[in-house]
Ligand binder design. Structure first.
Ligand code: NDP
Length: 307
């Protein structure tokens, strides 16, 4: 059982010698990240006992509190943070030092306090790519990818897949503003690529159906068990070479994945993405090679009731 998430006002200074890590989000109660990081830190501590003083928690924080929150966390001894819904893009307004990879993606999911400042990184692109290729077994090069969502995770996935040579990328999002903002980012970087975007309520079936797609859910629709699928069409009407990746891992089978199963399409949830992006973040903070298999086993153990 994980401790309940803290609010930012509940965070207190760590004892001397301790190092704080945390994931910041709202909502954050679904996150199992502390289990993954503690498993990997325990393994590192076998060889270097200092890592037994590293602790990873969950902090529930509203976007309006993020700037003050980062200041407070630094003062309390936190040096490594993950950002999740809805902070990955907003943080660009708050910190100045952002790694080139994260700038290219227009989203930050990892912060490291070094040389007296917070520095932003992105490990989501790496995580989703490795999960889709190694776990779902889907080849991105020359494929058509349909991203549901246009927030921080969708940004990272879109840039990553275009870099890896997907032939066509379509964004579907609920709000036009966020969809357009992602399209602008992609068009600036990948002018010649086949990139397009529509909103869920205006998308035309004839642009989607009867074709092979890798569908990637990067919306938060599905985090609650009763959420409906964010994909607005019957998945069985897609080409038979299609596959579905849902970044959500808790619950382990969203409505979208249930529908993929019924349609006979290969599918996977976001657990492996979670593991790969987490391992990369911990490598940034510790400067050590991190065992992703250790993280995966910890995650599987905690979700075994549902998987
Ligand atoms: P953001 O808050 O940045 O973006 C959320 C996106 O979801 C927006 O595009 C938003 O659309 C859309 N959305 C929210 N609610 C609904 C709804 N009811 N119906 C349709 N669309 C909706 O979040 P992130 O990009 O950080 O995260 C997105 C998802 O990906 C989350 O579920 C998160 O848990 C998951 N994730 C998983 C990771 C993993 O390692 N497995 C890593 C990163 C993210 P709009 O613009 O209209 O508001």
């Amino acid at each position: 059982m994980l401790p309940e998430p803290l609010s930012i006002d509940e965070v207190v200074p760590l004892s001397p010698g301790n190092v704080g890590l945390a994931v910041l989000g709202q909502p954050i109660g679904h996150s199992i990240s502390p289990l993954l990081h503690h498993a990997a830190l325990n393994k590192l501590a076998i060889k270097e006992c200092g890592f037994s003083l590293w602790h990873y928690g969950r902090i529930d924080i509203h976007p309006d509190q993020l700037g003050d929150g980062l200041e407070r966390l630094k003062e309390c001894g936190y040096t490594g943070l993950n950002l999740t819904i809805p902070h990955k893009v907003k943080v660009f307004d708050i910190i100045e030092n952002i790694d080139q990879e994260a700038v290219a993606m227009g989203a930050v999911n990892t912060l490291f306090y070094k040389s007296q400042k917070w520095v932003g990184y992105n490990t989501d692109g790496y995580g989703v790519s490795k999960a889709v290729s190694c776990h779902l077994g889907y080849q991105i090069k020359d494929s058509s990818v349909l991203i549901l969502g246009a927030g921080g995770a969708a940004r990272a996935a879109s840039v990553q897949f275009l870099r890896e040579g997907c032939r066509e990328l379509k964004i579907l999002n609920r709000s036009k503003e966020r969809m357009q903002s992602l399209l602008n980012l992609l068009n600036d970087r990948f002018g010649s690529a086949e990139v397009s975007g529509e909103t869920f309520d205006t998308v035309d079936a004839k642009h989607i159906l009867d074709r092979d797609w890798l569908i990637v859910n990067a919306t938060s629709s599905g985090l609650n068990k009763n959420d409906i699928s964010p994909f607005p069409f019957d998945l069985s009407l897609l080409g038979k070479g299609s596959a579905v990746y849902d970044m959500i891992y808790n619950p382990s089978k969203t409505k979208l994945l249930e529908e993929a199963e019924c349609a006979g399409l290969p599918f996977a949830n976001g657990l492996h993405m979670l593991v790969y992006q987490a391992a990369k973040a911990l490598e940034i903070w510790t400067g050590r090679e991190v065992c992703s298999e250790t993280m995966l086993q910890a995650a599987l153990g905690s979700l075994s009731d549902e998987l």
